[in-house]
Design a binder for this molecule. Structure first.
Ligand code: AMP
Ligand code: MG
Length: 910
């Protein structure tokens, strides 16, 4: 045998194949072994007819569909449908004859499937049976669209057949629509073209009364299936499998777009579709670019899509499924059947990679992949992903395919006396997260994005499609080879928001103005105690004068170590009135934390009350002490000291996510700007009663204190005892609180214990960490809170308390994580990738915040300050704070919080 092999010609291989097919299974195996030992390429053996009909296995791909059909016999996800519009006189008898001829010609169309102890098998029937339905629109209530959709969606019975069916809709005497439907087990996209071409010839022949002019088929699909099972079950595929294992590695990451909704198992296959056109100039430019790289247009299109996915999600390992026709042998060219195979193409990208390098990489990998395309996808899945997850498609989630004009031509033949138009139409079901089809049609390039409606909103995919065209246009229009992936501009629809800068008026002057206007109005209450605006003005002026007498200078850090009380507010204001910046030292904090803050801030003076002077005396040793109870001798007339906008207002220590606490220095302009934003947004007025739940060491208290006092409202300070669940509820009810901020961690437990209406509470705010939709649900379900607006607020200390806020809606109850909303007018937001490039709208990036509320920086840490506060690309001299939070922006500008950058959570695909 060796000699024959070595001098093998096509004719000899063909002869050998014909002999081989007659052998017993054992002999066949010996033969294949010999072939392998002689290092003969098994692909040299053509597929021949000759199988005994009793022995008809399924191809690998068919077997998978048979398995899936048994699981879900009503699923229309594997229906393949196409329709043609027939204009002119239709000869129904000739049509029926043509359809019979078609089914006679292609065995696979008259095949049924079943299984026994040995496994699945197929039975080919002699009778050319196919499904036939005729509808006359004149006597039918349904629309053409509905009829076609119904035809596309009704399930097939693979066990009893038929796997091929037709629907003829009579629109009028001169117009009919013929729909072809096949189960994927008997067909694929390429088959549809062959089917329509063959049908046209059968019809023309029937009308003319002649034999159809079609070359006889040398083999049928079942011959191919047998050949595949025998040859591809052997070591022949080991090399191919090894290639894929090596290329794809042991872990199979998920590549998709940021989802609008989390996945659910089992998958619902409802699909939507969005189409866009690409101009011929763009395609011409892409062809030029492709030629320069020795690449095909397809390769460049795929590279452009990899680029876009990278820009959307920042993933550096991108997997995309690409179909290959699987008809790389002459014998299979004219056959109807399931030949298509799927290759998984991996791209390795970074933001700094040049575009040209990506095209080269895609070219090389695609060529490599094509030489390893025989391994059935099903076998690859079995080898790489033994654990099946019902909620996600295995190995890849996005399919990318391209049909050049050539293949379409086959199906655009004309019928005798009939003007035939192809109509697109499929079951509308989504097999993948996203399926991109690029087709060339009459000089035009059309891209269709089919997507899973369960995962994406149509607007998301519409935006993606526009971004893809933008990428293509930029690639087509010039010299992009050396541009980095991050340089491709995708900002056309990113909302540009210039932060508003309000005229500066220090919070101290605003509070003084309230005192001058309504000195008898209540300013602060704490348990039984209360201060009017006049009292507060006097006391804080006395504290201020004492501090000035001690020599406090503008910008000096002054400690504030006072129990929750009315005096706490007087002391805080007193420090500001003296021109100092307050550093809160909550006496309830651990002593080491307090000691750290005292040391790090470099403070020399501290305001205390009698209790803290006693309990923390040793800790405060070495500092000059101002006792709140001992300033009564000072002048109580309003103390007015001019304040510079850049002067320090307070320092708050934040632990951030890592490292030791760092002092964030906030200026008077930061504070004034934020308080104006908050006052406007929440329409705070003198009728409001605002609860200061948070400790002064946390900047949420800043909003409560200054939000109320600058607006003439009442600030209610609960005592430490009043921050328990029941006590807090009591306080809220007794004080008729209208506005309260409760951190999410507290809110979660408190809400379950809420046992009475809070009729005055008009605004409940929360924040501090990701807010889950079900908490929203709970808050809304509490009838006690049915009239209350519930806002999710977000803000790093570095950008002054709250930067974005979101009034929760009914839709949020379903969300895994509630959005953080939109920035206050005084802020701008950007989503940037690792290279600092703006991510496209809808993409995932680090949330960066600009505007005049940005802190000066970290106390005594210039390096860290420079790292976190970077130049604002849009405003000369402006800065941005990099929050370290991963977010994305919805179409209307609402920002969604996805997680911390440093926690490296797996975002995509959730
Ligand atoms: P802080 O500086 O202590 O106010 O912490 C700010 C950080 O808390 C932010 O960078 C976020 O990581 C997180 N955070 C605050 N509010 C929210 C929110 N509403 N949703 C999600 N994360 C939040
Ligand atoms: Mg905050």
């Amino acid at each position: 045998m060796n000699t024959v092999f070595n001098s093998g010609t096509t004719v000899e291989f063909h002869k050998l194949s014909e002999q081989y097919i007659q052998l017993t299974p054992r002999k066949k195996q010996q033969f294949r072994k010999a072939v392998q030992q002689a290092s003969i390429d098994w692909k040299s053996f053509p597929i021949v007819k000759g199988r005994s009909l009793s022995l008809s296995p399924l191809s690998h791909a068919q077997e998978r569909l048979w398995f899936l059909w048994n699981l879900m016999p009503d699923d229309a996800g594997y229906n393949i449908t196409g329709a043609v519009r027939l204009k002119g006189d239709l000869d129904i008898a000739a049509l029926r004859q043509a359809l019979s001829g078609l089914v006679q010609r292609h065995e696979v169309l008259r095949t049924t499937f079943d299984q026994d102890a040995e496994g699945p098998f197929q039975t080919i029937h002699d009778e050319p049976v196919y499904g036939w339905r005729e509808v006359d629109l004149a006597i039918c209530d349904e629309s053409v669209e509905d009829l076609l959709a119904e035809g596309a969606r009704s399930p097939f019975d693979l066990r009893h057949g038929p796997v091929f069916r037709t629907l003829l809709i009579r629109v009028s005497e001169q117009e009919h629509i013929l729909q072809f439907g096949m189960h994927h087990i008997a067909s694929d996209g390429w088959s549809m073209g062959i089917l329509v071409r063959d049908f046209c010839e059968f019809y023309a022949a029937a009308v003319d009364g002649r034999d159809p002019d079609l070359a006889p088929l040398t083999i049928q699909y079942a011959d191919y299936a047998l050949w595949q099972r025998e040859w591809l079950d052997d070591a022949a595929l080991e090399g191919q499998l090894a290639y894929w294992q090596d290329r794809l590695g042991g872990e199979q990451p998920v590549t998709t777009l940021p989802l609008d909704r989390p996945r659910r198992a089992p998958r619902n296959r409802r699909g939507g579709s969005v189409g866009v056109h690409v101009s011929s100039e763009t395609v011409e430019g892409l062809r030029r670019l492709s030629r320069k790289h020795g690449a095909t247009l397809f390769m460049t299109l795929l590279a452009a899509f990899d680029l876009l996915l990278y820009r959307y999600g920042g993933d550096e390992d991108i997997r995309i499924g690409v179909p290959v026709a699987g008809r790389n042998r002459v014998e299979t060219e004219g056959l109807v059947g399931f030949f298509v195979n799927t290759l998984v193409l991996k791209a390795d990208v970074t933001g700094t990679m040049p575009v040209g390098a990506l095209i080269d990489q895609v070219r090389d990998r695609l060529l490599e992949a094509q030489t390893h395309q025989d391994l059935p996808f099903e076998r690859l899945v079995a080898a790489l992903q033994p654990v099946r997850d019902q909620s996600i498609s295995p190995l890849f989630q996005i399919m990318f395919s391209y049909q050049p004009t050539l293949q379409r031509k086959q199906s655009s033949m004309s019928l005798v006396n009939l003007d035939m138009l192809q109509m697109q139409n499929n079951s509308g079901d989504a097999q993948f997260d996203l399926n991109i089809n690029i087709a060339e049609e009459n000089q035009e390039t059309k891209i269709e994005f089919q997507f899973a409606l369960d995962l994406f909103d149509p607007q998301t995919i519409e935006r993606l499609s526009r971004h893809y065209v933008e990428v293509l246009e930029q690639l087509a229009s010039g010299d992009v080879d050396s541009q980095r992936l991050a340089d491709i501009d995708l900002t056309s629809d990113v909302p540009v928001h210039m932060p508003v800068v309000y005229p500066f008026e220090a919070v101290t002057s605003r509070i003084a103005a309230q005192a001058a206007a309504h000195s008898d109005a209540t300013a602060v209450t704490c348990e039984g105690a209360a201060l009017t605006y006049g009292d507060l003005d006097a006391w804080s002026s006395q504290v201020g004068r004492r501090l000035l007498a001690l020599g406090v200078v503008p910008d000096e850090r002054v400690g504030l170590c006072v129990e929750r009380s009315t005096g706490l507010i007087a002391g805080l204001l007193g420090i500001l009135r003296a021109g100092g910046g307050y550093v809160p030292l909550d006496p309830a904090y651990p002593r080491e934390r307090l000691a750290d803050m005292i040391a790090d801030s470099g403070m020399r003076r501290v305001v205390v009350d009698d209790a803290t002077a006693d309990s923390l005396g040793d800790l405060l040793e070495g500092l000059e002490i101002v006792r709140l109870s001992e300033v009564a001798g000072e002048d109580a007339t309003p103390l007015v000291t001019p304040v510079h906008p850049d002067q320090l207002a307070y320092v708050i220590y934040t632990s951030g996510s890592t490292g030791r606490p760092k002092g964030v220095g906030i200026t008077h302009q930061n504070l004034a700007e934020h308080i104006t934003d908050v006052s406007n947004r929440f329409e705070i007025c003198s009728a409001d009663r605002i609860l200061q739940f948070s400790t002064v060491n946390f900047d949420a208290a800043v909003e409560d204190i200054f939000g109320s006092l600058t607006n003439g409202a009442v600030l209610v300070v609960p005592t430490p005892r009043e921050t328990g669940f029941a006590e807090l509820t009591q306080r809220l009810a007794d004080s008729d609180i209208t506005i309260s901020y409760l951190p999410a961690a507290f809110l979660r437990s408190w809400i379950d214990n809420l046992d009475r209406p809070l009729s005055y509470l008009r605004l409940l705010m929360t924040g501090g960490e990701a807010l889950e939709g079900c908490l929203c649900q709970t808050v809304n379900h509490k009838t006690y809170l049915s009239e209350t607006v519930f806002e999710n607020t977000y803000g790093p200390t570095e950008t002054t308390v709250t930067a974005l806020t979101h009034p929760t809606t009914d839709a949020d109850k379903e969300a895994a994580v509630v959005p953080i909303g939109k920035p206050f007018p005084g802020r701008s937001v950007y989503l940037l990738d690792q290279t600092g490039a703006t991510v496209p709208c809808g993409g995932v990036g680090e949330l960066c915040i600009g505007g005049v509320t940005l802190a000066r920086g970290y106390l005594g840490q210039a390096g860290l300050t420079a790292e976190r506060f970077v130049p604002d690309p849009a405003i000369p001299g402006g800065r941005l704070y990099r929050t370290g939070d991963l977010c994305r922006q919805r179409v209307e500008g609402t920002v969604e919080f996805l997680g911390r950058l440093d926690q490296q959570i797996k975002l995509r695909g959730f």
